[in-house]
Design a protein around this ligand. Structure first.
Ligand code: PLP
Length: 379
């Protein structure tokens, strides 16, 4: 396991702020997703952007994840040590990135999502030059308006272009329905629209004699409704491994599923009705959700983080009788766990009475093996 060698830690003595991960909950979360996916004939390819940790990726794979999803070349390089089946769910643009992509270990079965000929052709060229092959998923925009082909005919045309090129193989479709975040009736409507959009793309592919082997979707907010999506073969939720305040608000998890929190110390109680802690935006991330604060105190759902500056978090005590004292330690669950994880240098992983520090190998952009003196071109 990826732990700081020989480091044994006392949670009450460690310096704060620091991220704490409950491994039993991580395992339970992974198990639940795998059971659900298997029960519906889906494969789980978790997005590692949530945890960026080789140790957590191993747990996901041991639980039954069938491969991993990455967003950066660095994540791909790091995760190739534990998985031979990687999906780069991000268009690789620029020579540098393509060089890194084709230099991934030969045994890695690599899929790449893209939405344009401008990405497809240089990718195919680089792959051919390197004597490799890559599977291509045509990315669809199903409503988020970020990347992806919005029009079904255009998506089918791009898929047909893939089939005409050497080095790349048309594997199927990918979409990210990140616009569906609210629980309830609104989600019903958006899920129905998503299904109709996909059916139109399948029909357009069919007219060209093409059939997707893989249809990759799935987010944490829609996780437990993935089986309603027609033609879906794999899901990529990442947040579900830790869960966060948003996942609970979206109805995708309960507070019992929270596996990640930031341990912090009360540093001031002088302002009436408030308490300041040493976890600010540089530990929790300043992701506001509808004016309800930036996080919640674990075990005290009535106490939220009302304000954040870089190194201070300000707790709102107006809804509680609890009066923390300077030096008290509490844990805060952030609104959005992935961005909080990315701010940490390590995670303290707890299991029973065991506490260890694990590195976050997937953080950053450059692989450790990249010579820092090499000039990084525009690519
Ligand atoms: C392309 C892609 N796939 C999957 C995910 C995972 O979604 P979630 O964070 O809802 O689990 C993300 C999240 O940003 C994403 O961008």
């Amino acid at each position: 396991m990826n732990r700081a060698v020989g480091e044994s830690l006392d949670l009450m003595a460690v310096e704060t702020p620091v991220a704490v991960v409950d491994l039993a909950r991580v395992r339970a979360n992974a198990h639940r997703v795998v059971q659900y996916a298997r029960g519906h004939g889906l494969r789980w390819r978790p997005h590692v952007k949530t945890h960026k940790s080789l140790g957590i990726a191993r747990i996901q794979l041991e639980a039954g994840a069938t491969g991993l999803t990455v967003a950066t070349l660095h994540e791909a390089e790091v995760m190739s040590a534990v998985s031979r089946d990687l999906l780069l769910a991000y268009p690789p643009v620029g020579r540098r990135k393509l060089d890194r992509l084709v230099r991934l270990p030969d045994e890695v079965r690599l899929s790449v999502a893209l939405d344009s000929p401008e990405v497809l052709y240089p990718l195919a060229g680089a792959v051919r030059e390197a004597g490799r092959s890559v599977r291509v998923l045509v990315e669809l925009d199903v409503g988020l308006g970020r990347v992806g082909v919005p029009d079904p005919q255009d998506a089918a045309r791009l898929a047909a272009e893939v089939t005409e090129l050497d080095g790349v193989e048309f594997e199927g479709l990918l979409f990210y329905a990140g616009h569906i975040r609210s629980p309830g009736p609104e989600q019903d409507r958006d899920m129905a629209t998503l299904g109709q959009t996909l059916e139109r793309v399948y029909a357009a592919l069919d007219r060209r004699g093409l059939r997707p082997r893989v249809v990759s979707g799935g987010t944490t907010p829609t996780l437990w409704r993935s089986h309603e999506v027609p033609g879906l073969t794999e899901i990529r939720p990442g947040t579900c491994i830790y869960n966060d305040r948003d996942a609970v608000a979206q109805g995708a998890a309960t507070p019992d599923d929270w596996a990640y929190s930031v341990l912090t110390t009360v540093v001031s109680t002088r302002v009436p009705g408030r308490a300041a802690v040493d976890a600010g935006s540089k530990a929790l991330a300043k992701e506001a959700r509808g004016g309800s604060g930036f996080g919640v105190v674990l075990g005290r759902p009535e106490v939220t983080v009302a304000a954040l500056s870089e190194e201070h978090g300000v707790l709102d005590l107006s809804g509680t009788d609890w009066r923390p004292r300077v030096g008290d330690r509490i844990r805060i669950v952030p609104n959005h766990v992935c961005v909080s994880v990315n701010l940490q240098e390590r995670i303290l992983v707890t299991e029973g009475t065991q506490i260890e520090a694990w590195p976050l190998e997937g953080r950053g952009r450059l692989h450790i093996a990249v010579d820092p003196t090499t000039r990084d071109g525009a690519g």
